[in-house]
Design a protein around this ligand. Structure first.
Ligand SMILES: *Cc1c(COP(=O)(O)O)cnc(C)c1O
Length: 222
């Protein structure tokens, strides 16, 4: 199957309202173009340097989503290129993104990353930590960012019930946060979850953005 066939096959299975983020990390611009030529416009990258070098080589109507852990000293590299930063895992990072966006005169869409997986190495807010920050108003008044919703990764496991539980925590947290903190905000409407092996479960739990790499481009060579 070609990159194009893979994209068309996945898109056919996605319900209306769920968008595909093609995760192109570690794949060169020529491979990204195969997906682009199949009509794909949203791509995901997880390293600042890779995004900054790839984006200028590729068509300007691509919407780049930054999906990796973002170190504060790399914010400057990412903000000019990213349509959305999905992996905001601290208030400090959000503030720095805000500051940089204002400095270059733009507003950037962001998602708040929730930590629901078993692996400690994965980043993100714990549910309680996120609710506390929101209650304290720590994410208010940042004119350079638009908080669009939540992002999460499930544990790397074959245990479908475990993945199901984790995605349902994200879904419930999204609904609670929406109701409590963003009831009138029509832009707080995105849940990014689901990767090559678990996206059907994520969609069942209300995902609006699935981030798929391997099932489109094949295995990555690190
Ligand atoms: C690499 C990556 C993906 C895509 O994973 P695949 O298993 O290749 O589909 C999705 N989300 C994040 C945050 C990633 O780093």
């Amino acid at each position: 199957m070609s990159v194009k066939d893979n994209i068309l096959a996945i898109k056919r299975q996605l319900p209306k309202g769920v968008e595909l983020v093609a995760v192109s990390k570690f794949h060169p611009a020529v491979v990204v173009m195969q997906a682009y030529d199949a009509g794909q416009r949203i791509f995901g990258e997880n390293r600042a340097q890779e995004l900054a070098s790839k984006a200028p080589q590729l068509p300007s109507d691509i919407r780049w989503h930054f999906i990796g852990h973002l170190q504060t000293n790399k914010v400057r590299q990412v903000v000019p290129h990213a349509a959305m930063i999905e992996s905001v895992d601290s208030v400090r990072l959000l503030q720095l993104i805000n500051k940089e966006a204002l400095r270059i005169g733009r507003v950037i869409d962001v998602l708040l990353q929730l930590h629901v997986a078993q692996e400690e190495a994965k980043s993100g807010f714990a549910v309680e930590e996120l609710l506390t920050a929101l209650t304290l108003g720590e994410m208010n008044g940042l004119e350079g960012v638009r908080i669009r919703g939540l992002m999460a990764m499930a544990s790397l496991t074959d245990d479908q019930a475990q993945i199901d539980r984790e995605f349902s925590i994200v879904e419930n947290t999204f609904n609670a946060v929406k109701e409590e903190f963003y009831p009138e905000d029509r832009f707080f409407d995105q849940i990014s979850m689901g990767m090559s092996d678990d996206w059907p479960i994520a969609v069942k739990h209300g995902s609006t953005l699935v981030r798929i790499g391997t099932a489109i481009f094949g295995e990555r060579e690190y």
